[in-house]
Write a protein that binds this ligand. Structure first.
Ligand SMILES: [Zn+2]
Length: 287
């Protein structure tokens, strides 16, 4: 367990998963599980594998607040913090790192296609526009070290977006953050909601059945990889018939059970049975 993985070892692991020179790769990573020698060894290894013609992309989303509890100090800036973890922070702080301007759902990238993917992804764009571009570029998606904690792929959120499901949330236009535009501080309200992604692992069996998904290790971290286009097409065909398929199975998940207007059946039973239980639990704990 004390073994730390070198850049060379991680390069070999990343290549074995099917990432090649010139690839555009969307990555979500739990760095601690990889157990690498240095803090940025994984990113360095990844950049080495994709090379000058390749691109590494990730989420660099921000904490947002619900109206009327907007926090004056929570202001999105392109070089400011992200709540998406250490890996996006490394990309943002990298000399060649770029970040899009969407106030709540920015993406960070390094490499040849970084500008193309992040272009015009600002307060007027939809949240998952960079995922559309990843699909158009025939990119790959890598999940490493966070398979259980943060399952699945962000293409599912893009499917929700194009099927119009992201706008069928009672939280629409209720959450947001401050940002600067032309030197002026403004309020941004999120119009399309991504929501809980804990159910996205339900698609794994479908990727596997179609032979789209590979798995392996990067350092000590379990890792999976899938083509963005293949994953997107698989998810779209399922969700066209069953829009609720991506919701998690936790009966107590307020986001999945009670905020989507395309899931009214569960919303009603949650309000009748689960909500009073939650409120009582809260009162009980407060005592
Ligand atoms: Zn959920």
């Amino acid at each position: 367990m004390d073994k730390k993985y070198s850049q060379e070892e991680l390069i070999s692991n990343i290549k074995a998963l099917g990432i090649n020179s010139g690839d555009t790769v969307f990555v979500r990573a739990g760095l601690r599980k990889i157990n690498s020698e240095g803090r940025s060894t994984f990113l360095d290894a990844l950049l080495e594998v994709v090379g000058k013609e390749g691109t590494v992309l990730t989420l660099s989303f921000n904490e947002h607040n619900y109206w009327p509890f907007f926090n004056e100090n929570n202001v999105f800036t392109v070089d400011g913090p992200t709540t998406a973890g250490s890996f996006p922070k490394q990309i943002i702080n990298h000399p060649n790192g770029k970040r899009s301007l969407h106030p709540t759902c920015s993406y960070a990238a390094i490499g040849k296609n970084a500008e193309l993917i992040l272009k015009n992804h600002d307060e007027n764009a939809t949240s998952y526009l960079p995922i559309k571009r990843l699909i158009d570029l025939n990119g790959k998606m890598l999940l490493t070290g966070c398979l259980e904690e943060s399952p699945g792929f962000t293409t599912v959120h893009y499917v929700q977006e194009i099927l119009g499901l992201s706008k069928k949330s009672i939280l629409k236009n209720l959450s947001g953050i401050y940002y600067f535009k032309d030197g002026e501080k403004k309020k941004f309200f999120r119009k399309d909601i991504g929501g809980c992604s804990l159910g996205f692992g339900a698609f794994y069996q479908h990727y596997i059945n179609k032979g789209y998904m590979s798995h392996g290790m990067i350092g000590d971290a379990h890792s999976i990889i899938v083509g963005a286009k293949e994953a997107f097409e698989t998810e779209l065909s399922i969700m066209k018939k069953q829009p609720t398929y991506a919701l998690c199975r936790n009966p107590q998940c307020t986001m999945c059970r009670a905020t989507w207007t395309y899931n009214k059946k569960e919303m009603l039973s949650f309000i009748i049975f689960e909500l009073p239980r939650k409120i009582l639990k809260r009162i009980f704990k407060l005592k």
